[in-house]
Ligand binder design. Structure first.
Ligand SMILES: [Ca+2]
Length: 365
């Protein structure tokens, strides 16, 4: 895998330059604090489906062509893709977009289909998805939920068409993609459970020995694998770069949330630091923010969650979770990164169907 960035190991001088030690150590797990430098911290394939037709049910493959023939609407959603495959999550508010275009009716939850649009070869591949309706979902007044689907790696924004219809236009067949694959995490393999079958190394987390980080089994928070950080030498950091593969593409001014679980055992030096690094369009380093530092030497699995806003000119983001401990160790699991504002549906398109031939019946004399 291509590693976009030289691994930067945060050094103590970087932090002492910018933040008084007292302030840094006041940002601990367990509270909500703000500092001048600190962001807000909150610790805490083709597929088969069944089409009912003329009183019987038969399996039938569906496709964009068929949706264009039989469905009445699609909306677009743009997603900033990454240098790795990930499961995107979007805010699918069908009521809002129908209202915006003054279309009355009852949303048919079974009718959702997704395809990728705007591909240079003109194809529009189907995209498996999972739809989770909001708790107060109502097909007429609040047809809203989260749509999760896989976005494969790429270099630019990508457009997806979300097809749907109203019950008034005839109920559509429910489609099943098997077990939901999506997790709503903009990182790939954030729980470290996906291992390469040949090499047994973690998919999308190509660790380098000099970073003193390795996958371990038996001490995980969830599943069986977590990542252990242990510095080999006093004054040197062990550090986990996030995402594992390169950097994360951001939109300047947008807010992002990083969360992960950590556990520390018998640490003897700066147990845990979380730092965000920003890079510009040309992938040059443009600044960093210390998000938190753990002060305890020993702690059980605790969740960290921190928000930060992409500064002007920022195009890429990379986090480092680091420790200076040379004894015990720090374990990390379930790393998750999401944009606060999920992509939304836009540009409702009403598909005009050819009208059936009109047979004019002359009234009887
Ligand atoms: Ca795990």
């Amino acid at each position: 895998m291509l590693n976009l960035w030289p691994i930067r190991v945060p050094r103590p001088s970087v932090f002492s330059l910018n933040l008084p030690r007292e302030m840094v150590s006041s940002m601990r797990y367990g509270g909500m604090r703000r500092g001048p430098m600190a962001p807000t911290l909150v610790w805490t394939a083709t597929f088969a489906c069944f089409v009912a037709s003329a009183g019987y049910v038969q399996p039938q493959e569906t496709s964009v062509d068929e949706w264009n023939r039989n469905w009445r609407y699609y909306a677009s959603v743009r997603i900033r893709c990454q240098s790795y495959d990930f499961d995107a999550e979007i805010d699918a508010d069908f009521t809002r977009i129908l209202k915006e275009y003054r279309v009355p009716g009852t949303f048919d939850r079974r009718s959702i289909r997704i395809c990728e649009a705007g591909l240079s070869d003109g194809s529009a591949p189907e995209v498996p998805f999972a739809f989770s309706p909001n708790p107060d979902f109502d097909p007429t007044f609040n047809a809203r939920g989260k749509l999760q689907f896989r976005v494969t790696r790429g270099v630019s924004d990508r457009t997806f068409h979300v097809y749907f219809d109203l019950l008034e236009n005839g109920e559509k067949p429910l489609v099943s993609y098997g077990a939901p694959q999506a997790s709503g995490n903009w990182l790939s393999n954030g729980s470290f459970e996906d291992l390469d079958a040949k090499t047994s190394s973690l998919v999308d987390w190509p660790f380098e020995r000099r970073n003193a980080v390795k996958a371990v089994t038996g001490a995980a928070r969830t599943g069986t694998v977590s990542v252990q950080l242990l510095s080999p030498k006093s004054g040197q950091a062990a550090s986990l770069g996030i995402p594992g593969n390169g950097a994360f593409r951001v939109v300047s001014g947008e807010k992002y949330r990083l969360s992960f679980w950590s556990r520390g055992e018998d640490t003897n030096d700066r147990p845990l630091l979380v730092t965000a690094y920003w890079y510009d369009l040309s992938r040059k380093y443009s600044g960093h923010e210390l998000m938190a530092e753990e002060g305890r030497s020993h702690w059980d699995w605790s969740v960290f969650s921190g928000n930060l806003v992409a500064p002007p000119e920022a195009e890429w983001l990379r986090f480092y979770i680091a420790t200076y401990t040379t004894s015990g160790g720090v374990w990390i699991d379930d790393v998750c990164l999401t944009p606060e504002k999920l992509p939304r549906l836009s540009d409702l398109t009403i598909i005009e169907h050819n009208l059936a031939p009109v047979i004019v019946v002359e009234p009887n004399e």
